[in-house]
Design a protein around this ligand. Structure first.
Ligand code: MF3
Ligand code: CO
Length: 280
């Protein structure tokens, strides 16, 4: 699984194209964040996402991917990832992870957010803590990236962040190991895989122009998962709730550019002491 695959690198021009695809994804997720209200169906969110993606001249990358039937993955509560949109109605306090991918001019963007239906005031304390810890761990993983670093430093940073948060929050968190981050570019999933936990190996050394999707998935219980009979929906085995955050990021000699974040990651990277380096 963790083969020493060589890291594909992109030119500055290709990274700028990936930024445009990433912006479509980032804008779509902002729209869906707003639409994910009490009474909305997950299918309605999917339709709105597909319409927005297409209105930007882009294509939803998930639709038809190995037969996947949606433009979004909408994973509710104990669903971890790959939840299929449909007639399910969102209710107050649902913890929902929305994953979105788009292709523009042949280049991919892939990102995910988690949210509480009805806003933070509708969320239980553990759900809010889980959501925030998972987001923080994504940023910690991204901030660990730099040219010359071993790639698997990402997983160590994610794990350290989650372990610290579990202690601070007085909660048990499980980091999913069955699904991992990945390279991204002219395909949604490229080598290498990026585990969200510490591994023995250091992994390949990051080079300038590497583009990756960093995507921790964390539960309020055990990390064990099952796939439903629909062959997509990933559930926690113990029924605990899960959160998922993802961004696509470019690593260059200058620093980091978070391609699917509307601000390019500027705010969070700076607060973590990482170098924000847009290539435009
Ligand atoms: N965004 C997911 C990932 O990061 C992929 C979604 S699976 C699909 O790997 F089939 F819906 F595309
Ligand atoms: Co991904």
């Amino acid at each position: 699984m963790f083969g020493r695959s060589r890291l594909d690198v992109k030119t500055p021009d290709q990274i700028r194209k990936m930024r445009l695809a990433g912006m479509v994804v980032g804008e779509t997720l902002e729209l869906i964040r707003d639409l994910a209200r009490v009474g909305a169906t997950t299918g309605e969110l999917d339709k709105a996402a597909e319409d927005l993606i297409r209105s930007k001249g882009a294509t939803p990358s998930f639709l038809g991917y190995h037969g996947y039937p949606g433009s979004l993955c909408v994973s509710v509560n104990e669903e971890v990832v790959h939840g299929i949109p449909g007639p399910r109605t969102l209710v107050l306090g649902d913890l929902v992870s929305i994953d979105c991918g788009a292709i523009l001019d042949g280049w991919h963007g892939d990102a995910a957010i988690s949210l509480i239906v009805g806003g933070r005031e509708a969320g239980s304390a553990p759900d809010l803590a889980l959501m925030d810890a998972t987001e923080d761990s994504m940023w910690a993983g991204i901030a660990a990236l730099a040219v010359g670093c071993p790639l698997y430093d990402v997983g160590a940073a994610v794990e350290d962040c989650i372990v610290d948060a579990a202690r601070a929050d007085g909660l048990t968190y499980g980091i999913i190991e069955d699904y991992v981050g990945h390279g991204i570019g002219t395909e949604m999933h490229q080598d290498p895989q990026v585990p969200n936990y510490r591994v023995r190996d250091r992994g390949p050394i990051v080079r300038s122009g590497v583009t990756l999707a960093i995507e921790p998935m964390v539960t309020l219980g055990s990390a064990e998962t099952d796939v439903l009979d629909d062959e997509w929906t990933v559930m926690t085995q113990d029924g605990s709730r899960a959160a998922h955050w993802e961004n696509s990021v470019a690593v260059t000699d200058a620093g980091l550019w978070v391609l699917t974040a509307l601000d390019g990651g500027e705010q969070r990277l700076k607060s973590l002491g990482a170098t924000y380096a847009p290539q435009d």
